[in-house]
Design a protein around this ligand. Structure first.
Ligand SMILES: Nc1nc2c(c(=O)[nH]1)N[C@H]1C(S)=C(S)[C@@H](COP(=O)(O)O)O[C@H]1N2
Ligand SMILES: [Mo]
Length: 394
């Protein structure tokens, strides 16, 4: 796609608050009227900060992300595949029970007991696999996220490896770490078809934690309280909320969400377990301002960037649609390899329209491509071309 078509396409995509017109990208119409109050479990969030795709799908507006080092909990996106459980489950948090399997001494532990095993804090990006889906040219099913299915979050909890050690170590032959969500499964439905249960390669145990605090406060129900599996560097779906079972397993979960969903394959092909699963995130960045217009003269072009599973090396910004690039400056402290970093380039913009783009590179040497290959479900889009914005000055 050349720059001209990109510019044209983006005119359809980005509104003044960085919102996406779903109809323009062939997505479903906005399911909930923006003037309706948010559902109870997320009523503590401000609807003005979000693009409301449905009661279970809230996207943070691009402009709201700004240069935030940490995403405040009330601004963090929401994605629930099933209705969130009742808030009864956070009434007595320490009494929440988790079954631990695939270890020397399997059994049930309470959250109160987990807190005595160990504690660690990690900052990492939480990002849905489909973030950037709206920017693909082909028709995709699923939420038409632009950039707002992502945030940078501080998680506190016990390292998974400490829990496994305390329970007698990994059982022989196990290859995956499998987490099961605690939602109620509607009567009559086979759990495999809808239960959120994800398996990640056992190696991810090195950085995974069972988190009870988010941004320094008890985990909100909406984000998985009382306990959530957090796998830093891995896509959102692997970060199982309302965790009720953690197991080291020989095989991947038999559930649909593992076997056929979240599989990367060519357009038109169905999902199957032989295809790559949405595990490790890729290097990515996007501009969060200015998005539509700016005054002539000095301007701070800013955004956020993440390295995926490796730390960031650099971010470059272009004000001419990628013909030339300049090094951006990181803002604030480095919060570790899994965190995002806000960046800024102070530059001059003359009157006219400018295509502003950003391109991140991590220490492993991975750089964002101009265009990310299309895939059936529209996963993993980190192409810098489609994430660019055209800004009118004057
Ligand atoms: N139990 C459970 N865990 C879940 C989900 C879910 O529906 N149920 N959704 C997953 C998906 S697809 C994403 S992108 C993230 C969203 O996390 P958030 O709502 O806290 O932003 O949670 C993941 N973990
Ligand atoms: Mo997701």
């Amino acid at each position: 796609m050349n720059i001209q078509t990109q510019v044209k396409r983006r005119h359809f995509l980005i509104g003044s608050a960085g919102t996406v017109a779903a109809a323009a990208v062939g997505g479903p119409a906005i399911a909930q009227d923006a003037s309706e109050p948010l559902p109870d479990y997320v009523a503590w969030k401000d609807p003005d900060d979000f693009i409301v795709h449905s009661k279970q799908t809230l996207e943070t507006k691009r402009a709201v992300q700004g240069t935030e080092l940490i995403t405040p909990s009330n601004e963090l996106y929401i994605r629930n595949n099933l209705p969130a459980p009742s808030d009864d489950i956070v009434a007595d948090r320490d009494a929440w029970e988790i079954e631990i399997d695939g270890v020397g001494n399997p059994g049930t532990v309470t959250l109160g007991e987990l807190k005595k095993i160990g504690v660690e804090t990690v900052v990492c990006v939480l990002q849905c696999s489909g973030n950037g889906r709206a920017f693909f040219d082909h028709e995709t099913s699923g939420s038409q996220w632009s950039v707002g299915a992502a945030g940078n979050v501080v998680w506190t909890g016990v390292p998974v490896r400490a829990v496994i050690d305390a329970m007698g170590g990994a059982a022989d032959g196990t290859a995956f770490l499998t987490g099961t969500g605690g939602e109620e499964i509607p009567e009559g439905l086979p759990p495999e078809t809808i239960q959120v249960e994800r398996s990640v390669p056992k190696a991810a145990m090195e950085q995974a934690i069972l988190a009870w605090d988010m941004n320094g406060e008890p985990m909100p129900l909406a984000h998985g309280g009382p306990l959530r599996l957090v796998v830093p560097g891995y896509y959102g779906v692997n970060n199982v909320k309302y965790l009720k079972r953690l197991a080291l397993t020989e095989d991947e979960s038999p559930n649909k969400i593992q076997q056929t969903s979240y599989r990367v394959r060519p357009v038109g092909v169905s999902g199957d377990p032989s295809q790559p699963s949405m595990y490790e995130m890729n290097v990515k960045s996007w501009i969060t301002g200015p998005l539509v217009d700016a005054e002539t003269g000095k301007v701070q072009v800013h955004g956020v960037a993440m390295g995926g599973v490796s730390a960031l090396e650099k971010v470059e910004v272009s004000i001419d649609g990628g013909q030339t690039w300049a090094a951006a400056q990181f803002l604030g402290p480095d919060l570790g390899p899994y965190a995002w970093r806000p960046f800024v380039l102070i530059t001059e913009l003359a009157e006219g329209t400018h295509v502003l783009a950003s391109r991140a590179t991590n220490v492993a040497g991975d750089t964002q491509p101009e265009k990310f290959p299309p895939n059936e479900r529209g996963y993993g889009n980190n192409g810098w071309g489609v994430h660019a914005v055209d800004v009118t000055v004057g």
